[in-house]
Design a protein around this ligand. Sequence first.
Ligand code: GLV
Ligand code: MN
Ligand code: MN
Length: 437
Amino acid sequence: MMTLTINIERLLHELDLLALITDCPPIQDRPLPGTTQAVTRIVFTPRDLEARAWLKELVLAAGFTVREDAVGNTFLRWEGTDAGLGAVGTGSHTDAIPYAGMYDGTVGVLGGLEAMRSLKEAGFVPKRAIETLMLTSEEPTRFGIGCIGSRLLGGVIDPEAADRMLDRLPETDASAPTGLTLADVRQAAGFHGSLAGVKLPIGHYHAWVELHIEQGPLLEREGIELGIVTNIAAPSSYRYTVEGFGGHAGALLMPDRRDALCAAAEMILSVERHARAANANSGGVDTVATIGMVGVYPGAVNSVPSRVTLILDLRDTDVARRDGVLSAFHADIAEIEQRRGVKVQEEIVNADAPAKSSEHIVETVETICKAEGVSYKKMVSRAYHDSSFIAVVAPTAMLFIPSRAGVSHKPDEYSTPESIAVGTRMLALALAKLANE
Ligand code: GLV
Ligand code: MN
Ligand code: MN
């Protein structure tokens, strides 16, 4: 196995610079060490475009090529000596939900670039091309569905339906699209051409490995340096519209109200109860249900809500159990409709399958960890990732590094320089090994 040093100072500096491309003001009081910045970087906003331009400059300076597809997935490519062979891929995303941290996704993109750079500087010559991808809109903030870029690469979303997806920025009222579509927004951002051309042919990637922060507490708690992901839990998401009868908050008498927000509140507690019950039955923790977005119409302090939109995020490692929670929720919704005189409509945003890692890639990383004396554990990812959808067209696996206190999607998300260095080094060694197969 080759000896390899990662330039961790360079990588940390670049993570810091990228974190400064944010729509959040700097955090002044730095509540925890390492917390420098809250990051909001929503796809195709000026900040996202700024980050993309900055990244492309870094890549060209490092002597790699850049290709962008019609949805803005960006391929940073290092040619191999055998152009006929499938490439080895890595990468992640640089978009960030509102008030996020600075490591989610970015460690996989800048870590992938650093892996390629440090291999090149060490004199490594790959037989297969190595690519680091910056994937468009892993986060669902703007269009309501996550992993748009990787879904298109994997062919798991219809390109024309994708282009028709509504822009829901700003989502102050979850029911209020801006009137634009993905097609309008991506073209205004400079990404033209048909989305049908984005799908990757089988064989484009011989192997794919994504580096990411764990976003959960297990690695830190157990003092383990690296997680090797064997499965990614199945995500799903549903949009609900609750129609009631509202009016003047003083004059509309209590018996005459059909308050849509009170009905929605019961729905929120119902799905939480069913997710907890599923975990109690299984003796596990794999079922998770979240309603993180609520839109209230008309949204006035002195008006009884007549319409509410809710967005449910429901995940499980076991699809049948996930479906069981949804059925129990449906039964409660029917009862709430009846009792409160409201009407609830459901729209499926996505209901995806779980992803399974390639045993070959998992074993390859295990062999590298053993040889390098790096502690590791095989684990499930409860968060979804672009790898969930790349897995449809390529053998994949993921590497996790510890997250402080398991915190993510918050500004105090943090991974230590040592963890980032170990993860990037293991990634580079895995890419090198796979690229010479
Ligand atoms: C990804 O950001 C997820 O929500 O799992
Ligand atoms: Mn995220
Ligand atoms: Mn992520």
